[in-house]
Ligand binder design. Structure first.
Ligand code: ADP
Length: 269
């Protein structure tokens, strides 16, 4: 698989304080990568760099193009980003307007726009709220609309910057299922930025950063085993991960089990 994002020797500082020094990181085309780190570790700065909002030293290649002033418009079209405070980014008076906005800018015909809006609304199960004002929706619905708006133009990469933090667990689970399907069916590359390990379970790979340094990376379940590292940097360990690690110490299971039913069935055998 080829890399869709390649970061080499990246350094960035605000005033005199370095956030990143010679960071290397590659993300494969079609990969779901979770980037985990405590507050202040550099996660949002990295997102801003990737979408071309901050000047940096080093190389950043996205979709086979070096990020440069000249290439930013092309690269931006390949990236959808959703932030925690979706409210700040709604432009339209209705959900439908909001979804159509980016398509109008790209000069699609009214027919194509209608088709694409309905298609993404189906995917995120928001057909019944297309005529509502997005500002008055529930937190979960707002994030569905924000995700749909980020993906309506079919970008290759979706970045979720802490955007699931404020929604309830059931809603979060449903949204993650939808994203998982898009990831599989459309080969969508997803980058989840979070300090909540429970949001990483569906990712293929996790990297953990602290003070701008990559401290561990690997398949999600392998990295989740590193409870001492998470404790040290102040990342909370979800109940099922903690339970799995303890049961492994007693030899009762031999891998991380994140689903309670699966745990019960495994212990019962
Ligand atoms: P995270 O998203 O992981 O919470 P950030 O990328 O926001 O981390 O911040 C990384 C570091 O850069 C922190 O030490 C933070 O205080 C600092 N920082 C972030 N934004 C600015 C800014 N606009 N000016 C100066 N320092 C900043």
């Amino acid at each position: 698989m080829s890399d869709i994002i390649r970061i080499n020797n990246l350094s960035f500082r605000y005033h005199n304080k370095f956030v990143f020094e010679k960071l290397d990181l590659s993300i494969r085309d079609g990969e779901w990568l979770a980037i985990v780190g405590p507050n202040g570790s550099g996660k949002s700065t990295l997102v801003k760099i990737i979408v071309g909002l901050l000047k940096f030293d080093g190389t950043l290649i996205i979709d086979n193009m070096p990020l440069s002033t000249y290439n930013i418009p092309h690269i931006r079209k390949q990236i959808g980003v959703v932030f925690e405070n979706a409210d700040d980014y709604f432009i339209g008076e209705t959900v439908a307007d909001d979804l159509a906005f980016a398509l109008e800018n790209l000069a699609y015909s009214p027919n194509e726009i209608e088709h694409m809006v309905l298609d993404i609304a189906n995917t995120f199960k928001i057909n019944d709220i297309l005529d509502k004002d997005p500002h008055f929706l529930s937190g979960g619905q707002k994030q569905r609309v924000a995700l749909a708006a980020a993906l309506v133009t079919n970008p290759k990469i979706l970045i979720i910057d802490d955007a699931l933090a404020m929604i309830d667990e059931n809603e979060k689970e449903e949204i993650l299922e939808i994203l998982d399907k898009l990831h599989r069916d459309r080969n969508l590359t997803i980058i989840t930025i979070t300090h909540n390990l429970a949001e990483t379970y569906k990712a293929d790979r996790m990297i953990v950063i602290n003070n701008g340094k990559l401290i561990i990376e690997g398949p999600v379940k392998a990295v989740l085993q590193e409870d001492k590292i998470f404790n040290r940097i102040g990342i909370e360990i979800p109940f099922m991960v903690d339970l799995s690690i303890k049961l492994q110490l007693y030899g009762l299971i031999d891998h991380i089990i994140l689903d309670m039913n699966e745990m019960v069935n495994t212990l019962w055998k």
